[in-house]
Design a protein around this ligand. Structure first.
Ligand code: SME
Length: 157
């Protein structure tokens, strides 16, 4: 019997696109995005969203252990990525000054800003219990997932 082919990142992104198709609610889409990524990408212990309210990132839908609810812009990995408007990959969280510990099992982290047209709306945060879990392929995957999320939540003119 032939074994099923391994799921590729492109398959997973196509599945995310299909999952979010026809829904523009940011909370519903964040919940499904977090659930899909958490359950289908290996060796992760936290996947979730923080949304910007004023100068503070506030916890949104996630999968994993309970997490801190508010992160000021510029603080932690999430606040730093949001303030810079750029993805941050942290191979070892113990070496990132100001890293905010939510789950002591987390050893590496990637944070992708969510750029709605003309403004930052929040971040997608992904943690792993493995050091150096996130390389260029993972960065491309989570940036593409964030783009699909933003696109789904952007109302058409
Ligand atoms: N480690 C993050 C905080 C969020 S948790 O990892 C879920 C940070 O330093 O911003």
């Amino acid at each position: 019997m032939e074994s099923a082919p391994l799921e590729t990142d492109q398959d997973l992104l196509a599945e995310l696109r299909a999952l979010l198709a026809g829904e523009s609610d940011p909370i519903a889409n964040a919940a499904n995005t977090a659930a899909l990524l958490f359950n289908r990408v290996g060796r992760l212990n936290w996947v979730g969203f923080y949304f910007l309210q004023g100068e503070t990132l506030v916890l949104g839908p996630f999968q994993g252990q309970p997490a801190c609810t508010r992160i000021p812009l510029g603080r932690g990995v999430c606040g730093t990525a949001a303030a810079a408007g750029e993805t941050i990959v942290v191979p070892d969280v113990h070496e990132f000054p100001g890293h905010i510990v939510c789950d002591t099992a987390s050893l590496s982290e990637i944070v992708v800003p969510l750029a709605l047209p003309g403004r930052l709306s929040g971040v997608l945060d992904v943690d792993s219990p493995e050091r150096s879990r996130f390389g260029p392929a993972e960065r491309a995957l989570f940036e593409a997932a964030a783009d699909i999320y933003v696109e789904a939540c952007t109302p058409r003119a």
